[in-house]
Design a protein around this ligand. Structure first.
Ligand code: LLP
Length: 415
């Protein structure tokens, strides 16, 4: 997505990064519209090869800028919402509620009922909330988030299935959950799991799909339930390091569809559609964070400070996540650095030492693959305003969120 022209200047689409920094300042998140549309297209192409009926819901949590969401809405995707705020924004942008799913956890029943009344499909994290929920408002269709007992993710912190996960309920209780729903008079059903994020291994998706089909089959065929959908969650990874390769989507969905249709047939589960709810895959590689070197210092180690630290991009500090960093300068001499931010925490650092061109104050450092879980996880820590976001389409650049000022924060506090 990021290119170097013949003079070795960095470009996003057809726009020079140095021009963006000059015009908008740093730090700034920049997204490529072309890359987002390409990601959507490749997902649609692979899914349509292997599934008769499927639906893609965009996981809003990955990047909730309305201008980005509008691209997904235009491309006909539904919304995967995790809280009232995400439903609010999805509704405002005209996402169809009946084609969207609400997967919250530890939510009040009143909140679930309010959401269900808007027509969004509820995917319950705990079937024990069903009695209370039905007293307030009985949903027409229900899905449950099953913990299939296994999970996998790029880091421990993003594994969302298995015995340590706080999400969903044990698969052994699946029959009990759906029986309760039937007893309460609910007649339409789906089933869901989300076992972890940033997985690149096609066989893993086949394994979990086989697992959920077996769980559904063994529990629901006894109850005579036909499923309208099987939602296998998101979790499709992107390569962050130089050693990783892109996920083979075609193989992923070929293997997944084998497990899916075998289960549907074996257990007579009706004619369900497959739902996927990716976030990272759709936006992750479409975003960069343009930052500036603020100071270089040699102590026991050599540090280079950036104006984008953990309050702007949390992933390196939170998960020790690796992001490639490109320098927009043509120095031939290399040096080793630890890149850090300006926050008063020693964990405000890219933990892996990097070899890069000799750095000087004012150099632009472009942190790649930050389109997902980048801006959305930024904070005001150390009283720092949040950065701006821009959307690049060819030579067109649109400011899609202006940078906050200290005055903006001050006004909200009403001191
Ligand atoms: N559906 C549900 C119910 C989820 O909990 C998630 C992500 C997704 C879909 C989208 O997953 P994806 O396709 O993006 O893997 N902050 C972490 C990622 C946390 C993911 C949480 N759930 C990170 O920066 O890597």
């Amino acid at each position: 997505m990021i290119l170097r022209d013949k003079n070795k200047n960095l470009l996003i689409e057809e726009t020079q990064i140095s021009e963006l920094a000059k015009q908008f300042g740093t730090p700034i998140y920049a997204y490529s519209e072309k890359q987002i549309r390409k990601n959507i297209q490749s997902l649609k192409t692979s899914l349509s090869k292997h599934f008769e009926k499927f639906q893609i819901l965009y996981a809003i949590k990955a990047n909730s800028n309305p201008h980005i969401l509008r691209i997904f809405q235009e491309e006909g995707l539904g919304a995967d919402c995790s809280c009232e705020g995400e439903i609010f924004i999805a509704e405002k942008l005209g996402f169809s509620m009946k084609d969207s799913i609400y997967t919250a956890n530890y939510q009040l029943e009143e909140d679930l009922a309010r959401a269900s009344q808007k027509g969004i499909i509820l995917n319950l994290d705990d079937y024990n909330q069903l009695d209370e929920l039905c007293k307030i408002s009985k949903p027409e269709i229900i899905s449950f988030r099953i913990n299939p007992g296994i999970g996998r993710g790029g880091f421990e912190g993003i594994v969302t299935g298995g015995t340590d996960a706080k999400f969903g309920f044990p698969y052994e209780e699946t029959e009990k959950a759906y029986r309760k729903a039937l007893d309460l008079g609910i007649k339409r059903f789906g089933i869901h799991m989300m076992t972890g994020s940033n997985n690149l291994e096609p066989f893993y998706f086949a394994e979990i799909t086989q697992k959920i089909m077996t769980i559904a089959g063994e529990s629901l065929s006894k109850l005579g339930i036909q499923l309208e959908f099987v939602d296998i969650g998101g979790g499709f990874g992107i390569p962050y390091t130089e050693n990783e390769s892109e996920i083979d989507l075609d193989l992923t969905f070929k293997l997944t569809s084998d497990a899916f249709y075998e289960g549907v047939k074996k257990y007579s589960l009706g004619n369900p559609k497959l739902i996927v709810e990716p976030g990272r895959f759709l936006v992750g590689n479409a975003g960069v964070l343009i930052s500036q070197v603020t100071h270089v210092k040699q102590t026991y180690k050599r540090f280079a400070g950036l104006d984008a630290g953990m309050s702007t991009l949390l992933r390196p500090s939170l998960y020790e996540a690796y992001h490639k960093i490109l320098i927009d300068r043509k120095s031939e001499q290399n040096e080793k650095y630890f890149l850090t931010g300006q926050i008063c925490e020693n964990s405000d650092i890219h933990p892996q030492e990097r070899e890069m061109p000799n750095l000087e104050q004012g150099d632009l450092a472009v942190i790649t693959d930050v389109g997902a879980y980048g801006f959305v996880m930024s904070s005001h820590y150390n009283h720092r305003p949040k950065p701006a976001e821009i959307l690049v389409s060819g030579k067109n650049v649109k400011l899609i969120r202006r940078a906050e000022t200290l005055e903006d924060i001050w006004q909200k506090i009403e001191a």
